[in-house]
Design a protein around this ligand. Structure first.
Ligand code: AMP
Length: 351
């Protein structure tokens, strides 16, 4: 891949907070960003030099956008891949998106590389569902194969009564056994075009209602003991995909070791702490990787870091948050507050 020098334009597919924070990091390195998003109030566009508001299916708009950019990345996993096939200036590669967009593909991919997922079965019909429950047991979770995020598109099946009452929302599902985990953690790495791989410390991730609430670094010993094995899988995934950029794998820490949950071929909410808490943030290293620059150190910049998401009404607490000078407040500029919507985050370093 070519070196993209500062001053050039980075294209970002998707207009949410991840794109916004990539654009802010890119600006620090002297790049311009052009965001492409279907929503007219894309919060990433607020901090970009240029923006295109157009549908994912608008191939003419997509072509014009790509022609205006030296390199293209994405912050949103559900970008339709058909329009991007063969685009050699896209990092992470299109193949990573294809794998991560479908829970069945990503589980198979991880298992083929030696990773362990919760027992699972693809479900398209009521008969598939009955067979999956019989083989895997309960409790379990039905998830949509595609387009799920933040616990959306998931149904918990706690017992036989719930299974009997469950009406399939359609085809394209997966049933997976419920994992009795002690903790959840993520492995976030950056891989450069030359194959150089660096890992950030793994955060202990606490979720509420399927949404990340808090990431804490360092993680407790029960997680730390499993990080090496989890990193091994993450590195294999990155190498197998010829990956360039930041990659996230989420795991459950169980008594039997790390269980792979899912991957995100992008910067991740559980890495927001790296903005203040690491020598180089996930956003800056993503930009460095996709532009062919040397990677920065992923080392911790403090003894510990805690990142809390501001979800829905939490963001109204910004005056109280700012009244403590140790807090780093990030608000994403979203106009509409909705329950469950990520409005910002706050980071505290343990010095
Ligand atoms: P996901 O969208 O797959 O990351 O699921 C969202 C959250 O639901 C996870 O972070 C877990 O807290 C929980 N969850 C998902 N799958 C399972 C599972 N198989 N067993 C137990 N909890 C799960």
């Amino acid at each position: 891949m070519n070196l993209i020098p500062p001053g050039e334009t980075i294209g970002i597919l998707g207009g949410g907070q991840l794109g916004r924070m990539i654009a802010l990091a890119a600006a620090n390195l002297g790049y311009r960003c052009h965001v492409y998003a279907p929503e007219p109030d894309a919060i990433a566009a607020d901090v970009c030099a240029a923006s295109t508001c157009a549908d994912w299916a608008d191939s003419a708009a997509l072509e014009r956008f790509m022609a205006a950019c030296a390199v293209i990345t994405y912050e949103f996993e559900n970008v339709p891949v058909a329009a991007l096939a063969g685009e050699g200036r896209m990092f992470p590669p299109v193949r990573a998106l294809e794998v991560a967009q479908d829970r069945v593909h990503e589980k198979r991919f991880a298992e083929e590389l030696g990773g362990r997922a919760a027992p699972w079965a693809a479900v398209d019909t009521a008969a598939d569902f009955a067979a999956a429950v019989a083989r895997i047991g309960m409790p379990g979770i039905v998830k949509t194969r595609r387009d799920g995020y933040d616990g959306k598109g998931q149904w918990r099946i706690m017992d036989a009564g719930a299974a009997a009452a469950f009406a399939l929302p359609g085809a394209g599902l997966v049933y997976e056994g419920f994992v009795a985990f002690e903790h959840e953690f993520s492995v976030i790495l950056v891989r450069g075009a030359d194959g150089d791989v660096r890992f950030w410390d793994s955060a202990d991730n606490a979720h509420r209602h399927g949404i990340l609430a808090r990431s804490t670094v360092p993680a407790p010993p029960a997680i730390l003991a499993q990080v090496a094995e989890a990193r091994g899988l993450a590195r294999k995934v990155a190498d197998a995909l010829g990956y360039v950029g930041v990659l996230t794998l989420e795991f459950f820490a169980t008594a039997d070791g790390p269980v792979f949950n899912e991957m995100a071929p992008r910067v991740h909410n559980s890495g927001h702490w790296t903005i203040e808490g690491a020598l180089t943030s996930q956003f800056e290293n993503h930009v460095r990787a996709i532009c062919g620059l040397p990677l920065g150190s992923t080392q911790l910049a403090a003894r510990g870091v805690v990142m809390d998401n501001l979800i829905g009404d939490d963001a109204h607490d910004w005056p109280a948050i700012l009244s403590d000078p140790a807090n780093h407040l990030h608000l994403y500029g979203k106009a509409a507050v909705r329950p469950g919507r990520k409005m910002g985050h706050v980071t505290r370093l343990v010095l």
